[in-house]
Design a protein around this ligand. Structure first.
Ligand code: MLZ
Length: 320
């Protein structure tokens, strides 16, 4: 059991290293970066979740595995290779019936028609149960932001962070926004907190001397002119005053606990080795540099030291 043997105090003093401050984690996870409650979920329970591979979709999932405060979710009707891990307080998981009661279309298990599919029949015909509502961190579906669905913004493409593109807010849940890139497929869509530095008001690129990626499907005059495009779409730009971009203040050369994306079940001892405007680069202690990995600043897979111990999750100690 690597988690029992590994002791952060000894490790930090031996390496004369310092732990990452918990401040940046607060700006990602909220006031308390360490969960106060136990993981309330049980293996086999059904719930609804944002599909991490196609974030505009909410799909029916079941809990396949529980590890400390994390869950491995299985997308019903799809192979296990699409299983994914979330924290139990993820804002992107919902009780069964969420889509139905909020006017969204649930993505059904493979082979079912999205309109005909009835989650009650599907989950009732099985010995699994639906996860009770009190398990979920999300409280309601209210828009807690000044953004409106249909608003135009400039947004960073998470898959190509060097690009800032014309985008539309296509859904809102609580204080999270769904970003869609105009003219592009939904594989680039992502959810982001409304205070994120990934979204900017229109005109931001121009004011900051950066090129904007124009909408793909718009025969734009060169250079791309937002004013004309807004008129063409009949859309509103979110007012600049509604943006409150915050950047977590991570520090170089500090230690933390990080999910290994090559095997997301594992959380490893790691060091921040580079910080850019939107991402941090992490080195996994004891591993070769080729395993260094980039994480978005708001990634739910970055944790302060002792997160694993406090949440009863194994921590992979650096190999000797
Ligand atoms: N080179 C890539 C860039 C895609 C950028 C999409 N931005 C929303 C391509 O052309 O596929």
């Amino acid at each position: 059991e690597p988690s029992r043997k590994f002791n952060w105090n000894d490790y930090l003093s031996c390496a004369s290293a310092i732990a990452a401050s918990i401040e940046p984690f607060k700006s990602i996870k909220g006031q308390c970066p360490f969960p106060l409650a136990k993981n309330p979920f049980k293996v086999g329970w059904f719930l609804e979740a944002i599909d991490p591979f196609h974030q505009s979709l909410v799909c029916l999932v079941s809990v396949a595995q529980i590890l400390g405060y994390r869950l491995r979710l299985h997308i019903e009707g799809y192979p296990d290779c699409y299983d994914f891990w979330v924290n139990a307080d993820s804002p992107f998981i919902f009780p069964c019936g969420f889509c139905e009661s909020t006017g969204r279309l649930l993505s059904p298990p493979k082979g079912y028609d999205p309109v005909e599919f009835n989650w009650k029949i599907y989950t009732g015909g099985n010995c699994k149960k639906v996860a009770p509502k009190h398990c979920f961190a999300f409280s309601d579906d209210m828009n807690k932001t000044e953004f409106r669905i249909g608003d135009k913004v400039e947004a960073v493409d998470r898959k190509h962070v060097e690009l800032i593109c014309a985008a539309t807010i296509t859904d809102i849940i609580d204080d999270y926004l769904l970003v869609h890139f105009d003219g592009w497929g939904n594989e680039y869509d992502y959810w982001v907190k409304h205070t994120s530095a990934y979204i900017r008001p229109i005109g931001w690129c121009e004011n900051n001397g950066k090129d904007i990626s124009p909408p793909l499907d718009y025969n734009s005059p060169r250079p791309f002119l937002w004013e004309e495009y807004l008129k063409y779409c009949g859309a509103r730009a979110t007012p600049e005053s509604s943006f409150k971009p915050t950047t977590p203040n991570f520090q170089n050369n500090t230690k933390l606990e990080v999910v290994d994306k090559r095997n997301s079940m594992l959380i490893r001892v790691a060091t921040i080795i580079d910080i850019s405007e939107l991402q941090i680069k992490v080195h996994f202690d004891g591993w070769r540099d080729e395993f260094d990995d980039l994480f978005d600043m708001d990634s739910p897979d970055l944790h302060p030291i002792n997160w694993c111990t406090k949440t009863n999750h194994p921590l992979q100690a650096p190999p000797n």
